[in-house]
Design a protein around this ligand. Structure first.
Ligand code: HEC
Length: 151
Protein backbone atom coordinates (compact mmCIF):
# COMPACT_ATOMS: atom_id res chain seq x y z
CA UNK A 1 0.00 0.00 0.00
CA UNK A 2 2.72 2.44 0.99
CA UNK A 3 4.57 1.60 -2.22
CA UNK A 4 1.48 2.24 -4.31
CA UNK A 5 1.03 5.71 -2.81
CA UNK A 6 4.69 6.52 -3.34
CA UNK A 7 4.34 5.37 -6.94
CA UNK A 8 1.33 7.59 -7.44
CA UNK A 9 3.16 10.59 -6.03
CA UNK A 10 6.15 9.94 -8.29
CA UNK A 11 3.85 9.60 -11.29
CA UNK A 12 2.07 12.85 -10.46
CA UNK A 13 5.40 14.64 -10.08
CA UNK A 14 6.55 13.29 -13.44
CA UNK A 15 3.42 14.50 -15.19
CA UNK A 16 3.87 17.86 -13.55
CA UNK A 17 7.41 18.30 -14.65
CA UNK A 18 6.46 17.32 -18.18
CA UNK A 19 3.82 20.04 -18.14
CA UNK A 20 6.52 22.46 -17.09
CA UNK A 21 8.73 21.40 -19.94
CA UNK A 22 5.92 22.01 -22.38
CA UNK A 23 5.48 25.52 -21.11
CA UNK A 24 9.15 26.21 -21.51
CA UNK A 25 9.06 24.86 -25.05
CA UNK A 26 6.37 27.40 -25.87
CA UNK A 27 8.41 30.45 -25.00
CA UNK A 28 10.69 30.49 -28.08
CA UNK A 29 7.55 30.44 -30.19
CA UNK A 30 6.32 33.54 -28.45
CA UNK A 31 9.52 35.44 -29.17
CA UNK A 32 9.35 34.28 -32.80
CA UNK A 33 5.98 35.86 -33.28
CA UNK A 34 7.26 39.07 -31.69
CA UNK A 35 10.11 39.07 -34.22
CA UNK A 36 7.66 38.55 -37.06
CA UNK A 37 5.64 41.52 -35.92
CA UNK A 38 8.75 43.69 -35.92
CA UNK A 39 9.48 42.65 -39.50
CA UNK A 40 5.99 43.56 -40.59
CA UNK A 41 6.55 47.13 -39.44
CA UNK A 42 8.94 47.75 -42.31
CA UNK A 43 8.45 48.24 -45.87
CA UNK A 44 5.14 48.67 -47.51
CA UNK A 45 5.97 48.86 -51.20
CA UNK A 46 6.61 52.38 -52.51
CA UNK A 47 4.52 52.97 -55.64
CA UNK A 48 4.94 56.66 -56.38
CA UNK A 49 7.44 59.37 -55.48
CA UNK A 50 7.09 63.05 -56.17
CA UNK A 51 10.47 64.65 -56.91
CA UNK A 52 10.93 68.36 -56.61
CA UNK A 53 13.37 70.79 -58.18
CA UNK A 54 15.38 72.48 -56.80
CA UNK A 55 16.60 69.87 -54.35
CA UNK A 56 15.56 70.05 -50.71
CA UNK A 57 18.92 70.84 -49.11
CA UNK A 58 17.83 69.73 -45.63
CA UNK A 59 17.02 66.29 -47.05
CA UNK A 60 20.32 66.20 -48.94
CA UNK A 61 22.11 66.81 -45.66
CA UNK A 62 20.14 64.17 -43.77
CA UNK A 63 20.71 61.73 -46.63
CA UNK A 64 24.45 62.38 -46.55
CA UNK A 65 24.50 61.61 -42.81
CA UNK A 66 22.68 58.32 -43.35
CA UNK A 67 25.01 57.45 -46.24
CA UNK A 68 28.10 58.09 -44.09
CA UNK A 69 26.77 55.98 -41.25
CA UNK A 70 25.00 53.09 -42.95
CA UNK A 71 25.87 52.83 -46.64
CA UNK A 72 29.44 54.05 -47.23
CA UNK A 73 30.94 50.74 -46.12
CA UNK A 74 29.47 49.09 -49.24
CA UNK A 75 28.70 51.90 -51.72
CA UNK A 76 31.06 54.44 -53.29
CA UNK A 77 29.76 57.72 -54.70
CA UNK A 78 31.44 57.07 -58.06
CA UNK A 79 30.46 54.33 -60.51
CA UNK A 80 33.01 52.00 -59.02
CA UNK A 81 31.77 48.91 -57.22
CA UNK A 82 32.77 48.25 -53.63
CA UNK A 83 30.59 45.54 -52.05
CA UNK A 84 27.54 46.95 -53.78
CA UNK A 85 27.38 49.03 -57.00
CA UNK A 86 28.73 52.60 -56.89
CA UNK A 87 26.02 55.24 -56.68
CA UNK A 88 27.40 57.41 -59.52
CA UNK A 89 24.55 57.93 -61.98
CA UNK A 90 22.12 55.74 -60.05
CA UNK A 91 19.42 58.42 -59.79
CA UNK A 92 19.49 58.81 -63.60
CA UNK A 93 19.58 55.09 -64.33
CA UNK A 94 16.76 53.98 -62.03
CA UNK A 95 13.24 55.11 -61.30
CA UNK A 96 12.89 56.84 -57.91
CA UNK A 97 10.31 54.25 -56.75
CA UNK A 98 12.73 51.47 -57.62
CA UNK A 99 15.50 53.10 -55.57
CA UNK A 100 13.24 53.64 -52.56
CA UNK A 101 12.08 50.03 -52.63
CA UNK A 102 15.68 48.88 -52.88
CA UNK A 103 16.37 50.82 -49.67
CA UNK A 104 13.28 49.99 -47.62
CA UNK A 105 12.18 46.64 -49.13
CA UNK A 106 15.41 45.02 -50.24
CA UNK A 107 14.23 41.47 -49.51
CA UNK A 108 11.11 41.90 -51.63
CA UNK A 109 13.22 43.35 -54.46
CA UNK A 110 15.77 40.55 -54.41
CA UNK A 111 12.93 38.05 -54.48
CA UNK A 112 10.85 39.61 -57.27
CA UNK A 113 12.68 42.24 -59.28
CA UNK A 114 14.78 41.10 -62.23
CA UNK A 115 17.11 44.13 -62.14
CA UNK A 116 17.80 43.70 -58.44
CA UNK A 117 18.49 40.00 -59.00
CA UNK A 118 20.95 40.88 -61.75
CA UNK A 119 22.85 43.10 -59.29
CA UNK A 120 22.93 40.29 -56.77
CA UNK A 121 24.45 38.02 -59.42
CA UNK A 122 27.16 40.60 -60.09
CA UNK A 123 27.88 41.46 -56.46
CA UNK A 124 27.39 38.00 -54.92
CA UNK A 125 26.36 39.60 -51.62
CA UNK A 126 22.79 40.20 -50.53
CA UNK A 127 22.31 43.77 -49.42
CA UNK A 128 21.12 43.53 -45.81
CA UNK A 129 17.99 45.34 -44.69
CA UNK A 130 19.31 48.62 -43.26
CA UNK A 131 16.29 49.49 -41.09
CA UNK A 132 15.65 52.73 -42.90
CA UNK A 133 12.20 54.27 -42.71
CA UNK A 134 10.43 55.86 -45.69
CA UNK A 135 11.34 59.40 -44.76
CA UNK A 136 15.02 58.56 -44.30
CA UNK A 137 15.05 56.67 -47.60
CA UNK A 138 13.58 59.72 -49.34
CA UNK A 139 16.44 61.82 -47.93
CA UNK A 140 18.99 59.31 -49.20
CA UNK A 141 17.41 59.60 -52.66
CA UNK A 142 17.75 63.40 -52.47
CA UNK A 143 21.42 62.92 -51.59
CA UNK A 144 21.84 60.59 -54.60
CA UNK A 145 20.34 63.24 -56.89
CA UNK A 146 22.73 65.79 -55.41
CA UNK A 147 25.60 63.36 -55.97
CA UNK A 148 24.52 63.07 -59.62
CA UNK A 149 24.84 66.83 -60.08
CA UNK A 150 21.21 67.96 -59.72
CA UNK A 151 20.67 71.34 -58.13
C1 HEC B 1 26.76 45.16 -46.57
C2 HEC B 1 26.83 45.93 -47.76
C3 HEC B 1 25.76 46.95 -48.07
C4 HEC B 1 25.33 48.00 -47.31
C5 HEC B 1 25.76 48.37 -45.89
C6 HEC B 1 24.37 48.72 -48.11
N1 HEC B 1 24.23 48.11 -49.33
FE1 HEC B 1 23.06 48.75 -50.88
N2 HEC B 1 23.66 47.19 -52.00
C7 HEC B 1 24.53 46.20 -51.59
C8 HEC B 1 24.63 45.20 -52.63
C9 HEC B 1 25.51 43.97 -52.56
C10 HEC B 1 23.78 45.61 -53.67
C11 HEC B 1 23.46 44.89 -54.99
C12 HEC B 1 22.21 44.03 -54.78
C13 HEC B 1 22.52 42.80 -53.95
O1 HEC B 1 23.48 42.08 -54.28
O2 HEC B 1 21.80 42.56 -52.97
C14 HEC B 1 23.21 46.88 -53.25
C15 HEC B 1 22.36 47.65 -54.05
C16 HEC B 1 21.85 48.87 -53.68
C17 HEC B 1 21.10 49.75 -54.57
C18 HEC B 1 20.86 49.55 -56.05
C19 HEC B 1 22.04 50.19 -56.76
C20 HEC B 1 21.96 50.22 -58.27
O3 HEC B 1 23.03 50.38 -58.90
O4 HEC B 1 20.88 50.07 -58.84
C21 HEC B 1 20.73 50.82 -53.82
C22 HEC B 1 19.93 52.02 -54.28
C23 HEC B 1 21.26 50.62 -52.49
N3 HEC B 1 21.95 49.44 -52.44
C24 HEC B 1 21.08 51.50 -51.44
C25 HEC B 1 21.67 51.35 -50.18
C26 HEC B 1 21.50 52.31 -49.10
C27 HEC B 1 20.65 53.55 -49.16
C28 HEC B 1 22.25 51.86 -48.06
C29 HEC B 1 22.42 52.49 -46.70
C30 HEC B 1 21.25 52.91 -46.00
C31 HEC B 1 22.87 50.61 -48.48
N4 HEC B 1 22.51 50.36 -49.77
C32 HEC B 1 23.72 49.86 -47.69
C33 HEC B 1 25.23 46.16 -50.40
C34 HEC B 1 25.06 47.04 -49.34
Amino acid sequence: MKNKILGLITLTLMIWSCGGAEQRAESPETSDSVLLKQEEVHGSEVKEVALSTPLDQAMVKEGQGIYDMKCASCHKLTEERLVGPGWGGVSKKRKPEWILNMITNVDMMLEKDAEAQKLLEECLVRMPNQNINDKEARSVLEFMRHNDGEK
